[in-house]
Structure formats: structure tokens, C-alpha cells
Design a protein around this ligand. Structure first.
Ligand SMILES: Nc1ncnc2c1ncn2[C@@H]1O[C@H](COP(=O)(O)OP(=O)(O)OP(=O)(O)O)[C@@H](O)[C@H]1O
Ligand SMILES: [Mg+2]
Length: 278
């Protein structure tokens, strides 16, 4: 069995992989990378009663991976770069190659994954961390469930300037209800609910449009969305509105929050996993 650990900027994910199958998964959070790695390993072994002797290898990736400089508890431990891990994990979960992956974590990374080449196209600092930070400042909360609950009854018309506010007709392919300027209207009557929805709208629109441009530049019409930010009902609605305008589809594979950890684990299985397997 191989354990893949992704020490992200905010959360650490661990998965156990046996015979190319994802068996178990956990999430955890700690102040520093070594505590995160040790904690994630301990948690997955304890929670699923996995004997230590069954772990052949540990594969570590993510922002905190460079801080792990030795084997964990005597188990052979290797590192793999995060872009490769996202690419391998994304192709595995999507069940195909030649894809664009948009990984929405604390920030956002966009990756092109092919059978024999995984490339970092780019990304942006706009991601889950942006939702948290702006909510803390503007809504005095950084509780994700609370932010989502507020946003559910928000009205974008209170904060965003829409095309219909300034135009009488559609403009090229943009619909009248498309955003002309995020927070560009912000009425005095804007409530916390409206601001919460405005924040989510801005973040997922930026991510969506960047993904569309990346996909188009590679002649691909679907984007696989991964990371914790892939599990967001309002975010999915915003991305589906973008699909309506730009004809690029977004898909959300099962276990998408664990993509990076899964990719790390699979890469440890065979060095050329993604070349042979897909
Ligand atoms: N349902 C959700 N929708 C959107 N964002 C979320 C959700 N739940 C958590 N987040 C945010 O997602 C971020 C964490 O996601 P994830 O664990 O994928 O990132 P990470 O791996 O720690 O960061 P990175 O990959 O950027 O280094 C946090 O900023 C958190 O606030
Ligand atoms: Mg991550």
C-alpha cells in the first residue's frame, strides 16, 4: 500500500492506494508541514486500522512538501512536484488524458495533462483563500458553512453592475444578466447575504473565465475541476452560467478534493504511472 499526502497551504489530505485503487482518504489541518504530514499519516492509519508494516512507501506533495526532509517514521518517503501530482490525479479521476484541470485550493492552478506531458499553464491567487479573507473583512466571519448559508439568499443585483444595468440589448455573446463589473454597483442597501454571494460570484467567475481561456488555447472544450473549491454548489452554478456563454463544460469527478494526494500516491506506484496507465 502507498500513502499519498498533499500538504496544501490550508489543509492536508492523505489517501491510501492499493493496486491502483483509492482505498481510504482523510483531511486534516495543522500549523506546520511536519506536524501536518505526521498527523495525516497517523490519522489515516488509525482511522482505518492500517498496520504500519503494510505501508510500502509514502509520497508527499503540496506547498509544504519541501519542509519534509527525511523519511516519516522509517517508511521510505519520496516527494513529487504538485503540478505532476494534480495532472496524474486529475487524469485518473476523469478517466481520460488530454484534459485541462483547474485546481481550486487556497489559490488556483490550471494544468494541462496529457499522456506523456503535464504542464502548468498558469493560474491566479484568486481561490478559496480569497473567499475566506474577503468574508472575514466584509462579513466578520470565516466559517465556510456560514458564508454559503448567507450567499444562498443573496441578490447579486445589490452589488454587481450587470450588463442590463447599462445596456438595452445583449453585447456580442454576453447575456443581459452577465456581470459588467463585480461589486461595481454596491448599493447602500446591500446586505451581508448579497456581499457573500458577490464574493463567491467574483471568485468563481475569475476562475471560470481563466479556465475557459486556458482550455481554448489548447483546443479543449471541457475542464476538470478539483481541490476543495470544486465542492461548492453556488460555485458550480456560476461555472455553469459561464458554460452557457463560452461553451466550455466543467466536470467534477468524485473525490476531486483529494486529486493532488491521489496523484502523488499513484506516482509512487510506478514512476511512469501516467504514461503506462492512460
Ligand atoms: N466548499 C468550499 N468551496 C470553496 N472553497 C472552500 C470550500 N471549503 C473550503 N474551501 C476553501 O478551500 C481552501 C482549501 O482548499 P484545498 O485544501 O484544496 O487547498 P490547499 O491544498 O490547502 O491549498 P493550495 O492547493 O492552494 O496550496 C481554503 O481556502 C478553504 O477556505
Ligand atoms: Mg492543494
Amino acid at each position: 500500500m502507498i500513502i499519498g499526502i498533499d500538504i496544501g497551504s490550508t489543509t492536508t489530505k492523505a489517501v491510501s492506494i492499493d493496486a491502483d485503487k483509492v482505498i481510504n482518504k482523510i483531511k486534516t489541518k495543522a500549523m506546520d508541514a511536519p506536524t501536518s504530514a505526521a498527523g495525516a499519516l497517523g490519522k489515516i492509519l488509525l482511522e482505518y486500522s492500517i498496520p504500519v508494516r503494510e505501508v510500502e512507501k509514502i509520497m508527499i506533495t503540496g506547498a509544504g512538501a519541501t519542509k519534509i526532509r527525511s523519511d516519516l517514521f522509517g517508511i521510505p518517503t519520496e516527494k513529487i512536484d504538485e503540478i505532476t501530482a494534480i495532472g496524474v490525479g486529475g487524469m485518473f479521476l476523469a478517466g481520460r488524458e488530454n484534459i485541462i484541470i483547474t485546481n481550486i485550493g487556497t489559490g488556483t492552478a490550471i494544468i494541462e495533462a496529457k499522456k506523456d506531458r503535464i504542464a502548468h499553464i498558469g493560474g491566479s491567487g484568486v481561490g478559496g483563500g480569497t473567499i475566506m479573507g474577503l468574508s472575514k473583512l466584509l462579513l466578520m466571519t470565516s466559517n465556510f458553512k456560514g458564508i454559503m448559508k448567507l450567499a444562498e439568499s443573496g441578490n447579486l443585483n445589490q452589488v454587481d453592475l450587470l450588463l442590463e444595468d447599462i445596456m438595452e440589448t445583449d453585447i456580442s455573446f454576453l447575456r443581459r444578466e452577465a456581470t459588467a463589473s463585480n461589486f461595481g454597483k454596491t448599493l447602500d442597501s446591500a446586505k451581508h447575504e448579497d456581499i457573500a454571494l458577490g464574493i463567491l460570484n467574483m471568485v468563481y467567475q475569475v476562475i471560470g473565465v481563466l479556465s475557459v481561456f486556458a482550455a481554448r488555447s489548447k483546443g479543449i472544450d471541457r475542464v476538470v475541476v478539483t481541490g476543495n473549491g470544486s465542492d461548492n454548489s453556488i460555485g458550480k452554478d456560476i461555472l455553469s452560467f459561464i458554460t452557457g456563454m463560452y461553451a466550455i463544460a466543467f466536470e467534477y469527478p468524485t473525490n476531486a478534493e483529494y486529486t493532488t494526494a491521489i496523484g502523488a500516491g499513484l506516482s509512487g506506484h510506478r514512476e511512469t504511472f501516467f504514461k503506462e496507465k492512460l
